[in-house]
Design a protein around this ligand. Structure first.
Ligand SMILES: O=P(O)(O)O[C@@H]1C[C@H](O)[C@@H](CO)O1
Ligand code: GUN
Length: 329
């Protein structure tokens, strides 16, 4: 089913025009014939479209990867560790969105890491880019049909828990879906049971064995004092939060706040993938009023902290993947 087009009014194109972040016609213009869908009528991608994208990747790479990785802001180097990489620019993948955010290169990298077959998104899609949630997390379904069993999702986030320092890593053991509170979900629209049930349960979404293994690895790396286990919340962005919002999130038990991951995890759990996710704390969120300029988050700082901490993040991910691979060998 080439030529499928999601008409959501977001103006992104993955074709030769490569429209990044402009407002124009909807959906994709990759030269294929297109069927018309609107976000209201059909915010989801038909199974056959996902299947077609997955075929493009598995045939193009000659691989059926077992582990999928989504690189957070500034954490694209996770994908640079992949050996014998086959690289797919998002623009060249049929019916794929394009990345519009600095620190998100917009490439899918398929290869091996610590002996395991992996596919990594060097660049994710965010709600604030104008993409509906189903489109933001569509690549997770592509991963599923490529053969992926484990999703590793990483993100840059603001630390709300006062015990967190910049550069710490928070292993996610739960989330608060603020976009869901507002009536938005990547699973909205018709449900295709080939992916999963209409009403999926989300308790135990974050795999406890993987969290425990990651803690052991962090101890072996000597970074256990920089590791926390906590609750992440995704807001729509692109603005960072007000003090009142941060206070409210803290009262709700949120430890770190960002603009991604939750809808990817929901989509992954819907199709029964095992999930491991972590937040790199790139800035401390103030929960009291002050005149300090330091309290203002900014993307340059987020990127700089991610760059400084990429070595530790890469080691954590690669050692965990090695354990998964050895356990299944
Ligand atoms: O893709 P992630 O969630 O890592 O990116 C975070 C959220 C925004 O995209 C950006 C803000 O600095 O970083
Ligand atoms: N929403 C949000 N996203 C972030 N990404 C990195 N830092 C932050 C933050 O403070 N808030």
């Amino acid at each position: 089913m080439t030529g499928y087009k999601v008409a959501n009014g977001n103006g992104h194109s993955n074709g030769n025009g490569n429209t990044k972040g402009t407002n124009g016609t909807n959906g994709h213009s990759n030269g294929h014939k297109s069927a018309d869908y609107t976000a209201q009528e059909n915010p989801t991608y038909p199974y056959e479209v996902i299947e077609e994208i997955a075929d493009f990747i598995t045939k193009g790479s000659g691989m059926r990867p077992k582990i999928g990785i989504i690189c957070g802001s500034g954490l694209g180097s996770l994908a640079d560790m992949i050996q014998d990489p086959k690289i797919f620019e998002y623009e060249k993948i049929p019916n794929f969105p394009v990345s519009t955010v600095e620190g998100h290169a917009g490439r899918l990298v398929v290869g091996t890491l610590e002996g395991a077959t992996v596919m990594a998104m060097q660049g994710r899609f965010h709600f604030y880019e104008g993409y509906p949630l189903a489109k933001c997390s569509m690549p997770v379904r592509v991963m599923k049909l490529c053969g992926v069993e484990y999703l590793f999702a990483t993100n840059a986030a603001g630390g709300i828990n006062p015990r967190f320092a910049v550069g710490d890593i928070m292993l996610m053991h739960d989330h608060v879906n603020m976009l869901g509170f507002a009536g938005n979900s990547p699973l909205q629209g018709p449900n295709d049971p080939r992916f999963g049930p209409r009403f999926p349960a989300l308790v135990n979404s974050y795999n406890k064995d993987l969290i425990n293994k990651a803690i052991e690895i962090a101890k072996a790396m000597g970074i256990e004092s920089n590791i926390h286990v906590g609750v992440y919340s995704c807001l729509g962005g692109p603005n960072y939060e007000t003090i009142a919002e941060l206070k409210a999130l803290r009262m709700m038990g949120v430890d770190a706040v960002g603009m991604s991951t939750v809808h990817e995890v929901i989509t992954a759990r819907h199709c029964d993938m095992k999930v491991f996710a972590f937040s790199l704390i790139t800035n401390k969120c103030a929960t009291e009023y002050s005149d300090k300029k330091d309290d203002e988050a900014n993307h340059d700082e987020v990127m700089a902290v991610a760059k400084n901490r990429q070595k530790a993040c890469c080691e954590l991910v690669s050692r965990l993947i090695r354990e998964i691979h050895l356990a299944s060998a």
